[in-house]
Write a protein that binds this ligand. Structure first.
Ligand code: ATP
Ligand code: MG
Length: 534
């Protein structure tokens, strides 16, 4: 029995079949790589010698898992045989995929059985699981084929299926005794308990803050704890504290991007943003709402009153008024990463593709605890801001999908649009915040001009911000004009950026926007424009 396919020597690959014997009794076995040298005492790494690909190891730290009551009951039923097929389903926002691992482990633990996962051939896996009296775990996110159903129908081995969406073939449910559990993502209290179990040394307020900002799986938390622990040891400190934890979180969750999704690490802060008072207040409120919501929703019971989780904001306004920048700043205030999805790029002409692309973005944001920014959301609307219908039914499907997915997500999601007031109320109703970004007034433009030149930039004494602030320009226009001015000054090897360089920058910017700049608008500097032929 020790030499059979389910025996530990074979399972761990210390002995391997050589060739294909018709019967396992005839099977010739050879030593796995490195075993011979190891037995002769020539050294070797025990960890590398033997490996059972189907084995799912018990975690070092047992973290509290949500729905633990349900999992315990289902696990006991697996142990007694009342249930021999369990389904664990993780509806969105499902969080990182390895959250499923924690739940399956808890289930096997409650059943008092070892856990094995599907490796390649389902029949072999079922045979081994039967021999070692284990629960076989089969993830079914890629819809499984008929051979799997056929094997599961005949087998009596306890099996656990997991996936984002339930997979319940009728023939399988008829042949087995099936029990299932829907596992919502951990709530605020659960997350706080998980953080506290993973990093017991942290202070209470920090734990709460982390539980608000991140929705991590047990696996990710263990990774964060391990990276933070190594960081603390490297720095010669004892227990990890806040300053070790933040970089560890960044290491574990960030830097996954590509395609139409772009990861942005916020660099600018509130001081860089120029907006009228009410809009600035709203921007700050978005950040504090996101911090406060999990506590209010779950501690005060608001979560039961609404299906909407998370915080959703819509930024409207003309191009260049600071919508994208504000999304970056809100994200920075929360210490998170920004994932930007360019909807103009994503809305492709193939049916179904857009939805797939959006789903990828949602999942990625949920997995890396990022703020999700759908930039240029106008791509989803018709000309007058209505959600398109009739002839353009595909775009309409996409809007429907986006709205539905927005509601399911409990992160911070920001959409930007150039359209002003006439966006369909059916659409704006879904947002907790709708911020309209006006064109800047004279006072704002003055500050924008000041901010447009970094403190190190050599600015000549004749640069007159009062005159410049009179010109009707947006923040983006002013920033671009200042850059052109700096380039013009550098090109002319001037010692400083003078008013004539700035006037050139302004003229270029007006030209770019296809607008006319009249000399009179420049007051005492009108003559500088004469030499400007854009
Ligand atoms: N209100 C503002 N305060 C400070 N800087 C601004 C402001 N508006 C624009 N800017 C400057 O202009 C740049 C471009 O602005 P931003 O991309 O945020 O505009 P937008 O509203 O998203 O425009 P679009 O609709 O074209 O995407 C910013 O990176 C910033 O340098
Ligand atoms: Mg933008």
């Amino acid at each position: 029995r020790a030499l059979g396919p389910a025996g530990p020597l074979r399972r761990f690959g210390l002995l391997r079949p050589s060739g294909d014997a018709p019967l396992d009794l005839d099977q010739e076995l050879v030593l796995g790589p490195g075993v011979f040298e190891f037995l002769l005492g020539w050294g070797g790494d025990v960890g590398l010698l033997g490996h059972d690909p189907g084995e799912v190891a018990a975690p070092r730290v047992v973290l509290p898992v949500l729905s633990s009551d349900g999992l315990t009951r289902l696990g006991r039923a697996l142990a007694s045989g009342d249930v021999d097929l369990a389904g664990l389903w993780f509806p969105p926002p499902a969080g990182p995929p390895d959250g499923q691992l924690d739940a399956v482990r808890a289930l096997a633990q409650a059943a008092g059985k070892p856990l094995r996962r599907l490796t390649s051939a389902v029949e072999d896996d079922l045979r081994i699981a039967a021999a070692v009296d284990a629960v076989l775990w089969i993830p079914v996110d890629d819809v499984p084929d008929e051979t799997l159903v056929a094997a599961l129908v005949r087998s009596r081995v306890p099996v656990c299926l997991t996936g984002l969406k339930p997979w319940r073939p009728a023939s399988l449910l008829a042949a087995r005794s099936y029990g299932e559990l829907t596992i919502p993502s951990p709530d605020f209290q659960d997350r706080r308990a998980m953080w506290s179990a993973a990093l017991p040394g942290l202070a209470g307020p920090l734990l709460e803050d982390l539980a608000v900002r991140y929705r991590m799986s047990g696996g990710e938390l263990r990774a964060v704890a391990s990276v933070a622990g190594a960081g603390a040891r490297l720095a010669g400190d004892g227990q990890p504290v806040a300053e070790h934890v933040e970089p560890a979180i960044a290491t574990v969750t960030r830097g996954r991007s590509g395609g139409a999704v772009q990861a942005i690490l916020p660099r600018r802060g509130l001081d860089d943003l120029v907006l009228p008072g009410p809009q600035l207040t709203q921007i700050m409120e978005i950040a504090s709402a996101f911090r406060a919501w999990p506590r209010i929703a779950e501690t005060w019971g608001f979560a039961r009153r609404s299906a909407h989780g998370g915080v959703k904001a819509l930024f409207t306004g003309e191009p260049g008024t600071g919508k994208t920048m504000s999304a970056e700043i809100v994200t920075g205030m929360l210490g998170l990463e920004l994932l930007k999805v360019d909807l103009a790029q994503v809305v492709s002409k193939w049916v179904g593709e857009t939805e797939k692309n959006m789903e990828t973005a949602f999942r990625r944001a949920e997995e890396s605890h990022a703020v999700l920014l759908f930039d240029e959301a106008d791509a989803l609307f018709g000309k007058r801001g209505e959600v398109r219908h009739g002839t353009d039914r595909y775009a309409n499907l996409e809007v429907g999908y986006l709205l539905q997915r927005l509601e399911a997500s409990d992160g911070l999601i920001i959409l930007t649009s150039n359209l002003k007031e006439n966006i369909d109320p059916a659409f704006t109703r879904r947002f907790h915040f709708v911020v309209h970004f006006p064109r800047p007034g004279a006072a704002e433009r003055r500050r924008l001009w000041r901010l447009a030149f970094p403190p190190e930039a050599p600015l000549a004494a004749d640069v007159d911000f009062d005159v410049l602030a009179r010109l009707d320009m947006t923040g983006a226009g002013i920033t671009a004009a200042a850059r052109t001015a700096a380039l013009a000054a550098a090109d002319a090897t001037a010692a400083s950026i003078g008013m004539r360089h700035v006037v050139r920058g302004v003229a270029r910017q007006f030209h770019r926007e296809a607008r006319l700049l009249r000399p009179a608008e420049l007051g005492p500097f009108a003559h500088l424009l004469d030499s400007e032929a854009p």
